[in-house]
Design a binder for this molecule. Structure first.
Ligand code: GDP
Length: 354
């Protein structure tokens, strides 16, 4: 990072929607360096009251399904209608061009050229937990910078979809017609995560097949999930021609508005925060137990003693817990390592604009 901006200047710049400052704020919240974590925590606390007001939409699907093309086309339409669109990519596999900015900008060239859009590539490297943390914090920064639609895009590799569904209001799953492994590729778990399903590439000679696939998926969903009102809508679209994109967006809006009307949206966001808290607490404990500190050493010794039969499991457990407690007590307040950060202090109940 270049010469560090103070948190005050970052906060002011983000609120003034200064792109250069937004970029630096995002770099800060993505960083795992302890001194950056401390500043990031302060930044997020300051920005929290400004966050929570966007539509948060997750987009997933196998590589090649058309996620970038779709996000580019949809995002551009939304910007044309006066929305401000932020796009965050989550790619723990880093299969993409090393998370290079050039890669993601090129993938969404039309949207990247718009002043009212901001495309942030996946932070490169790092485990899913770290990437998920960075993405959650980035949502707060983008919302504080006035982006009223935040798209979190992820590759269809299971774990990252679960992580993304834990931070968005509506999870849109893009599918393809004619993939023989249709119902295998779209596994039950994914069906349960999806709030809207769109069969993409419904154009040219494939338009008919796409409609058939959509009908089959709708039937499959009914069988798997039952006929309740929470069942996702299944539509077709073409990211290339733009056909159906408005209908897909309407389905996303209807889904989130339906949740809000029934008072479930705030509940969903609150639950996401609680799940997130549990995840970071568990992560932190795991890190402490595998780390080079006192608790880590005690844990390893306890494992050996249990293996050799020198102590019983309950005795070993007590030793480990006492060591953890000692390490935690020794931590000066405000000097916790990054992984001990709490969930992003975003407001649980925001109002998304229409
Ligand atoms: P991603 O890997 O899911 O991000 O997929 P891309 O957006 O990179 O698209 C993969 C390929 O499919 C590209 O060659 C796109 O031009 C093409 N593609 C994307 N959407 C459509 C569509 O709606 N119709 C057609 N015919 N091709 C599409």
């Amino acid at each position: 990072m270049r010469e560090a901006l103070s948190v005050d200047r970052l906060v002011a710049g983000v609120r003034h929607r200064d792109r250069a400052v937004v970029a630096r704020a995002l770099t800060l919240v993505e960083s795992s360096r302890p001194e950056h974590r401390e500043l990031a925590r302060e930044l997020l606390r300051e920005l929290a009251p400004d966050a929570g007001y966007a539509r948060r939409v997750g987009i997933s699907g196998v590589p090649g399904v058309g996620k970038s093309t779709f996000t580019d086309a949809l995002g551009t339409r939304l910007v044309d209608r006066g929305h401000r669109v932020g796009v965050l990519a989550v790619d723990p596999s880093s299969s993409r061009t090393g998370g290079s900015i050039l890669g993601d900008r090129t993938r969404m060239a039309a949207l990247a050229a718009r002043d009212d859009a901001y495309i942030r590539p996946a932070p490169s490297g790092g485990h899913l937990g770290g990437v998920a943390r960075a993405t959650r914090d980035s949502i707060v920064v983008l919302e504080a910078a006035g982006f009223d639609v935040v798209v979190v895009e992820t590759v269809g590799v299971g774990q990252s979809e679960v992580a993304v569904s834990g931070m968005v209001d509506t999870f849109l799953f893009l599918a393809l017609a004619r993939s023989g492994d249709q119902l295998q590729g779209i596994k039950r778990g994914i069906l349960e995560l999806a709030d809207v399903i769109a069969v993409n590439k419904a154009d040219g000679e494939h338009a008919g097949e796409a409609r058939v696939t959509a009908r089959e998926l709708a039937v499959a969903m009914r069988l798997v999930l039952g006929p309740d009102e929470g069942r996702p809508q299944v539509l077709t679209c073409s990211a290339l021609t733009g056909d159906g994109l408005d209908e897909v967006w309407q389905a996303v809006v209807d889904h989130a508005d339906g949740l809000r009307r029934r008072g479930v949206l705030e509940e969903r966001r609150r639950r996401q925060q609680v799940d997130w808290l549990r995840a970071v607490v568990q992560d932190e404990l795991r890190l402490m137990l595998s780390g080079s500190g006192h608790a880590g050493a005690v844990a390893r010794a306890a494992e050996q003693d249990v293996a050799s039969g020198a102590v019983t499991v309950p005795e070993a457990m007590d030793r480990v817990l006492i060591a953890l407690a000692a390490d935690l007590t020794a931590r000066a307040p405000g000097r916790a390592p990054e992984s001990a950060r709490g969930p992003a202090p975003e407001s649980a109940g925001g109002h998304a604009p229409g």
